[in-house]
Design a protein around this ligand. Structure first.
Ligand SMILES: NC(=O)c1ccc[n+]([C@@H]2O[C@H](COP(=O)([O-])OP(=O)(O)OC[C@H]3O[C@@H](n4cnc5c(N)ncnc54)[C@H](OP(=O)(O)O)[C@@H]3O)[C@@H](O)[C@H]2O)c1
Length: 246
């Protein structure tokens, strides 16, 4: 399948490019395709004519977004809207990734797709607006909400805790945030499988189980970070395919 990946330099983007190596993948990082540049998005999509676009690009700095509201909304709402418009123009499918930050965390149990979002942060509001804009577009869209991604590439909680613990200082980690840590390799694999189906709409995609940030940190410090960050073994030996980096 011919696939265009945006945000290919990030944690998820890198994993997607690795997992989809049997496909004809055209991978764009922030430098080579800024999704907020509508003209560039339309021209690139028209040139490549992908069957599927996967948007792994986002303004992902939750704290930083509080003082950079416009930048967060431009990247997380306007950018996905540009991709949806371009996808609709060539009848490509669009898989757009969103976040559990669209919820306020007051439910006390796991959120489902039927729960009504109530984002509390600028980041959460910008992602919710991105969801709304792609779901209301004319494109064939899947919005996948995920949470607490960690993997080999980029920055994540596992690496931050492991590095802090390595410095030998006591760690202070909150116990009142609960979520589902999700291996980015598993999430990318789920995207690869979903692409083969006609599924459309909104889906929650996380690894099974839940824990607090503190419980997660304790597991990481107990020495399991090597396992957390190891490549997915089931991918070994897959046939190499075409990949085009831009
Ligand atoms: N990480 C998590 O725990 C988590 C949890 C829930 C949902 N998500 C969602 O999962 C998706 C992937 O997250 P991730 O962890 O892979 O994030 P990431 O590592 O921060 O990757 C995001 C990438 O998007 C790029 N980017 C930012 N603005 C862009 C723009 N205007 N045009 C093109 N590229 C742009 C960034 O490049 P620069 O760094 O050069 O700006 C970065 O390489 C995002 O939608 C995120 O909201 C992540």
């Amino acid at each position: 399948m011919r696939i265009l990946v945006t945000g290919a330099g990030g944690q998820l983007g890198c994993e997607l490019v690795a997992i989809l190596r049997e496909d004809d993948v055209h991978a764009f990082d922030h430098r080579t395709l800024d999704i907020t540049n509508e003209a560039a998005v339309v021209a690139t999509v028209r040139q490549i004519r992908p069957e599927c676009i996967i948007n792994a690009a986002a303004f992902n700095d939750v704290d930083g977004a509080e003082t950079a509201e416009q930048a967060a909304f431009t990247a997380n709402a306007q950018g996905p809207a540009n991709l949806a418009r371009a996808a609709a123009g060539i009848d490509a499918a669009l898989i757009h990734v969103s976040t559990d930050y669209v919820f306020d965390g007051r439910k006390g149990t796991a959120y489902t797709e039927d729960d009504v979002p109530n984002p509390l942060s600028v980041y959460g509001r910008s992602e919710y607006e991105g969801e709304r804009r792609v779901l209301e577009s004319k494109a064939r869209v899947c919005v996948l909400r995920t949470a607490w991604l960690y993997g080999r590439h980029g920055k994540n909680f596992v690496k931050a805790i492991r590095d802090a613990a390595g410095k030998g200082r006591p760690l202070r980690v909150v116990a009142d945030q609960v979520g589902s840590p999700t291996a980015v390799a598993d999430f990318a694999e789920a995207i690869a499988r979903l692409m083969q189906t006609p599924a459309r709409g909104l889906f929650h995609v996380v690894n099974a189980g839940a824990c607090s940030r503190q419980e997660f940190a304790k597991a990481i410090v107990r020495g399991r970070s090597r396992w957390f960050l190891s490549p997915a073994p089931r991918l070994a030996g897959r046939r190499a395919g075409r990949r085009t980096a831009h």
